[in-house]
Design a protein around this ligand. Sequence first.
Ligand code: GDP
Ligand code: IMO
Ligand code: MG
Length: 435
Amino acid sequence: MSSTKDRATRNKVVLGLQWGDEGKGKVIDLLTSGIDVVVRCQGGANAGHTVVVGGRKTVLHLLPSGVLHTAARCIIGNGVVVDPQALCAEVDELSANGCDPTARLAVSDRAHLVLPCHKALDAANEARKGDAKVGTTLRGIGPAYADKVARTGLRCGELRDMPAFTTRLRAHLVQVNGLLNALGAAALDVEQAVAQVLPACRRVAQLVSDTADELQHAAEAGKAFLFEGAQGVLLDIDYGTYPFVTSSNTGVGGVICGSGLSHRELGEVIGVVKAYSTRVGSGPFPVELTGAVHGAKGEEIRKRGAEFGATTGRPRRCGWLDLVAVRFACRLNGVDAIALTKLDILTGERELPVCVAYELDGRRIDTIPARIEDLARATPVYEVLPGWSESLAPCRTRASMPPAARGYVDFIERQLRVPIRWIGTGPGRDEIIER
Ligand code: GDP
Ligand code: IMO
Ligand code: MG
């Protein structure tokens, strides 16, 4: 039996501390070295986690980002919503690139399925909302989680009895067609949808097992875990900028509920923070660089940082670093250390404004207000730090970074009171400064 201290140093949780796309994929890939089991705990194929190894880019959606380490077991936990077609496509793509993960992959029998009707409902809900749409990834995430909570969902474990599953699938599709009609959307052809999804369901059935039980045994055997967060804390269903959020708990709570392991197994909590802010989809974003005065700067950062969605290709909204948001995320999740990514993208900026507080109705606040109307009215209070022009590419230590870049990192640490242990200087696995 391993001690609490062992687990604390061995196991890791990696979370996004902003609005997603912080660079979790790269950090997870890096930290998977020496890990026995990588676990996805929430979200679904809405995630797009990029890993760049030896110049080759891989984008993972449902498979854990540690999958490129061929010694690591990969678990898709019960908190994930699994789109069978998306999962098979991803496995096939990886296999075609010489990294077939099938033999070391398991999908929880308690995980809920994302079916064609969920994707159709996602699109219909968004269309009905018009200008008030969430700007979802249209991957069926909200409707699949809605079915889970309403106790009407279909779970992966049901794939073990394919005839019974097929009957339930048909009934579900018929029921959702009623909803689609009510929303003024076209109904799905039930038989066509069944034919479309069943081959993938049969393949996924081969991967389904009681992953909670497997993980509990692995914990007893002293295996090292990495828990992979998807999305970011500001997209959390409870603490994010509701209703412009995703439909799962994106923090440590989601890890516990979505893996089948207790809080004792979590180990260190590592937060991934991009050196500036981005958001894709709708919703208030106080630091957004937009409009006649600031839009050009936002566009410049988007181009330099290649800020286009890894899942949908949509342009990401860009802004300066928002420490109100990151501080909120750190406190909520007990973050032990930070990986600061994409610092290289800020090279060349003469000045770097950092949002340290918001002003709301003439008052200074230092946390995220719960009401979306308040957040929409909040304006950022900036401290302006000096920029640098030297490339970070040759820097291998923090001491060798340009003084202003060091100053930027030190400032963030002081503000958050959380150590920055990694600094990203490029997309590649090796482009990182580790302390
Ligand atoms: P995730 O969803 O959090 O895994 O992040 P995404 O993969 O959606 O977006 C992050 C993007 O930034 C990807 O294209 C990464 O390859 C890239 N990236 C990650 N870290 C760095 C870094 O330190 N510097 C640069 N220039 N790019 C990075
Ligand atoms: P990774 O894991 C950035 C956003 C969508 C939308 C909202 C709800 O790559 O960081 P959903 O499809 O989940 O119902 O959409 O959440 N969103 C993400 N934004 N990165 C992600 O994942 C996201 N996953 C969902 O753009 O605003
Ligand atoms: Mg992403």
